[in-house]
Design a protein around this ligand. Structure first.
Ligand code: ZN
Length: 293
């Protein structure tokens, strides 16, 4: 079967049929072909995308921005199995600096503070776990982690790090206290049913932590003449949904979720105890860092 395209004729968020076109560029056009060739390291058979066009629309009802012409099931499989450069993606993760792990740890700790459950009692699902590095950080915090991942290569890598991986969700029920999905929902042809299905696996009062690229200003950028496909939030082929905070909250509301203020990262107690710890670490404790020579 050859990859093809399919049309999302109604808004994936509110189902309205009226939309206005923000941008349309044939995949054969030089700026698009150049971008795809560079981004995918020459792995996308550009001829197979012709005569289709990259098209971004905004829903007249809810304002959601999305690509209405997207790869069909065969095309999506080709994209995520063969066109994406897995070795490059893994090497980026492997070479990540300390900052990425600090971000991961911060996100896990945000979830734990919001859940107010002891880590060993938390059952967490990472939906779209990729190579598994975030889940490994959650596991290192004592959490019981399950990762959902469709890519066999990524799932195998995550299993190799000692993580539990599934490629099919369990039947509906209160399986998880918390579901985390980072950079997933911008890729999904049907984001609302996907989120509703996750919520059916969440314990009452459970949390969902969604992180997607920020689509602020995208409509303005796309409307400019000569726009080149570089924008992360509405990336051709992959980022077929472009969320703002408003539309992300709107999507979640339709799945029965309401936004929660994140617990403060710093409070006076942690500031004072942090300063005391800094002082003790430098001058008092027997926890000492050494370097030879
Ligand atoms: Zn809509």
């Amino acid at each position: 079967m050859e990859p093809g395209f399919t049309l999302r004729a109604s808004c994936p968020l509110c189902n309205a049929g009226d939309s206005r076109r923000l941008c349309e560029i044939p995949y054969s056009e030089a700026r698009m072909a150049k971008f795809l060739a560079e981004f995918y390291h020459g792995r996308v058979p550009l001829g197979k995308l012709h005569p289709e066009t990259y098209r971004v629309v905004a829903c007249e009802q809810c304002g959601f921005i999305y690509q209405d012409k997207i790869l069909d099931v065969v095309g999506m499989q080709a994209l995520y199995q063969h066109w994406v450069d897995h070795a490059y993606s893994l090497s980026k993760k492997r070479k990540a600096g300390e900052g990425l792990y600090r971000q991961y740890a911060g996100q896990v700790q945000t979830l734990l503070r919001a859940l107010r459950i002891r880590p060993d009692q938390v059952r967490l699902l990472e939906y779209g776990m990729g190579w598994g590095y975030w889940s490994r950080m959650a596991q290192a915090h004592g959490i019981e982690v399950t990762g959902f991942e469709l890519s066999g290569e990524r799932a195998e890598h995550a299993r190799g790090m000692g993580l539990r991986v599934i490629d099919e969700l369990p039947p509906p029920g209160a399986h998880y206290d918390c579901i985390y999905a980072n950079q997933v929902f911008e890729h999904l042809p049907d984001p609302l049913p996907a989120l509703q299905s996750l919520c059916e696996r969440l314990a009452p009062g459970g949390l969902v932590y969604l992180r997607v690229p920020d689509g602020r200003g995208v409509a303005r950028h796309l409307s400019r003449r000569g726009w080149s496909p570089l924008l992360e939030a509405i990336h051709p082929l992959e980022h077929i949904n472009c969320f703002t905070r408003k539309t992300l909250i709107d999507l979640a509301a339709r799945a029965g979720l309401r936004p929660l203020s994140p617990p403060p990262r710093l409070d006076c107690r942690s500031l004072v105890s942090g300063l005391k710890r800094e002082f003790a670490d430098r001058f008092l404790t027997t926890h000492v860092l050494f370097r030879r020579g």
